[in-house]
Ligand binder design. Structure first.
Ligand code: GLC
Length: 576
């Protein structure tokens, strides 16, 4: 099942220790410390062969766009062999590219091209669970109870007289019980297996040495292919509390993120990352690991990025913060303070493939969480999203951008139920699981769907695009100084020119009116001030300096030399 690297169609072997491309970003003590990393969701970025599904050749053809945007690295969501029960986060073969996305040869070409353009490549690693079509799991089922393959997953007899009840009370993140009963080889009901996500995603048992060995080998496989790092899916989930104890609650999803659960954020995960760090460090070129770790506190997130563990962890507390100066300031301080003791950079992120896009979150009242089904006030959402992005890019550390946010894309909140594919939507009976809304293929050009996503006008796309997306296309926005695309391009260009942006671990807060954030960043070349007005009213302040960039076209036009007016919901950067 594994595509073989010795395939005759493959060109000269990738050097096992290829030195990664130099990027132009500042690189004191590690390129990742202030890198801007762009997330590509392969299904929805660019469709090279016109089948309606994005693919690696499509991504490869668009790499110059990413170079011109000014990002340092690209993180690719999974493109491995997968039945796509959870859009590729159910991996059947970790060393193969799914034919729907291309071949290993395409992956190799993509990595090479990216490096030539000065872009680094981070791939997704899914170690918490495999697909139920993974060879190990299929054999475990086929061989029945007692099979050594069952030790690589969590198989247990059921409770109750005839084993008809799940082994414990854990619930799946996608809804329903976290256990599914398997059939014995003779067709009679058999043992149960654990799946924290969909039933098609059985959890690995990380106490099994075979699992640990396999993942060390998978890491090396992709490192040898030349990748610059891994985004580690569900990094907080690998180790379960001994004995798989009951939780004793039936509202477990509400506890997530507030409590240490017997299946999440167990201290045992850290030994795994220490062993992976040793492997990453064996390779030249600063290869990195990025944890997707949903933990109860920023302090616990910091545990994943201690000096001998991973390099970065997503800052989901920041992602979940409303557009509100006081709340933002609190989470910024907390994030910086928590990372300082472990000497890791803070990361900042506003959107990804699992949450409602921030242009739509901010179009709705605060406090609604990250799965929203209402479009809200779109112009307001876009104005705040642009302001939030400039604020994020002014903070010290590394920032993540999710494909399409540079076009100001909103979530598609009115997808018909029959086109939805998020497994969670079905397990929650349509009450949750709206992640398809942020996964709609992005518009590149033209007036007719799929707007250049695929090669043929009128051709298919795996999720339908809204009729008004022609006006949001890359083609329409490129060169328009008021567009969101040009705002991102300018911001990333200024960030490269101004080392004070992104560098360091400190912000110096300046006094500002209520609802306004104002901070200074010092650098040898001069200082820099960022102002963010999170209120719905214009606010007049003393001019902080020479304006470099503003999230609104009209920002600070009202300047009389001494004072400036910050428009409602706007951020500006100032050289002082
Ligand atoms: C991560 C992924 C998400 C996926 C889940 C299960 O949270 O980001 O898309 O559904 O893991 O693999």
């Amino acid at each position: 099942m594994t595509q073989n690297l010795a395939d005759a169609s493959r060109p000269a072997a990738v050097p096992a220790a290829r030195t990664t491309a130099a990027t132009t970003g500042a690189s004191r003590g590690g390129w990742w410390r202030d890198a801007v990393i762009y997330q590509v969701y392969p299904r929805s970025f660019a469709d090279g062969n016109g089948d309606g599904m994005g693919d690696l050749p499509g991504i490869r053809s668009r790499l110059p766009y990413l170079r011109d945007l000014g990002v340092d690295a690209v993180w690719l969501s999974p493109f491995y062999a997968s039945p796509q029960a959870d859009a590729g986060y159910d991996v059947a073969d970790y060393r193969a590219v799914d034919p729907m996305f291309g071949t290993l040869l395409d992956a190799d070409g993509l990595i090479r091209d990216a490096h030539e353009l000065g872009l680094r490549i981070i791939v997704d690693l899914v170690p918490n669970h495999s697909s139920d079509r993974h060879e190990w799991f299929r054999r475990a089922l086929r061989e029945g109870p007692g099979s050594p393959l069952r030790e690589r997953y969590h198989f247990r007899p059921g409770k109750g007289e005839n084993g008809e009840l799940p082994p414990n009370d854990w619930e799946s993140i996608f809804g329903g019980p976290a256990w599914t009963r398997s059939d014995n080889p003779d067709g009679t009901p058999g043992e149960w297996y654990l799946h924290l996500f969909a039933p098609e995603q059985p959890d690995f048992n990380w106490d099994s040495p075979a699992v640990a060995d396999e993942f060390r080998s998978i890491l090396r496989f992709w490192l040898d292919m030349g990748v610059d790092g891994f985004r580690i899916d569900v990094a907080h989930g690998l180790v379960k509390a001994p004995g798989l104890p009951d939780l004793g609650s039936h509202d477990q999803l509400k506890l997530l993120g507030n409590d240490v659960m017997p299946f999440f954020d167990q201290d045992g995960v850290h030994a795994i990352y220490r062993s992976w760090r040793k492997i990453l460090d064996e390779y030249p070129g600063d290869r990195i690991g990025v944890a997707e770790a949903w933990t109860p506190t920023v302090q616990r997130t910091a545990n994943y990025v201690r000096p001998d563990e991973l390099h970065q962890a997503f800052n989901f507390q920041y992602l979940g913060t409303d557009w509100d100066a006081a709340k933002l300031r609190e989470v910024i301080d907390l994030s910086l303070d928590s990372m300082r003791p472990v000497q890791a950079p803070t990361t900042w992120v506003l959107s990804n493939h699992d949450v409602t896009r921030h242009a739509t979150r901010f179009a709705n009242p605060g406090g609604l969480g990250t799965q929203i089904r209402t479009a809200g006030d779109r112009p307001l959402g876009l104005r705040r999203a642009r302001a939030a992005t400039l604020l994020m890019l002014a903070l010290p550390g590394s920032a993540y951008i999710y494909q399409g946010e540079e076009l100001g894309l909103p979530d598609v909140t009115d997808l018909p139920d029959e086109v939805r594919q998020d497994p969670s939507f079905f397990r929650q009976a349509g009450q949750d699981g709206f992640r398809d809304g942020c996964r709609v293929p992005i518009p590149w050009s033209g007036t007719e769907a799929p707007y250049g996503f695929g090669p043929v006008a009128g051709g298919p796309s795996w999720l339908p695009q809204p009729a008004d997306w022609a006006e949001l296309s890359v083609e329409v926005q490129a060169g328009d100084p008021t567009s969101t695309l040009e705002l991102y391009r300018s911001a990333l260009a200024v960030r490269r020119e101004q080392p004070a942006l992104g560098a360091g671990t400190e912000v110096e807060w300046l006094a500002a009116p209520e609802g306004v954030l104002m901070f200074r960043r010092e650098a040898a070349e001069g200082s820099f001030v960022c102002t963010a007005n999170t209120t719905g009213e214009a606010v007049r302040i003393a001019a902080p300096g020479r304006m470099l960039l503003s999230s609104t076209a009209e920002a600070a036009v009202e300047s009389d030399g001494e004072s400036v007016e910050l428009p409602a919901d706007s951020t500006a950067w100032w050289a002082v």
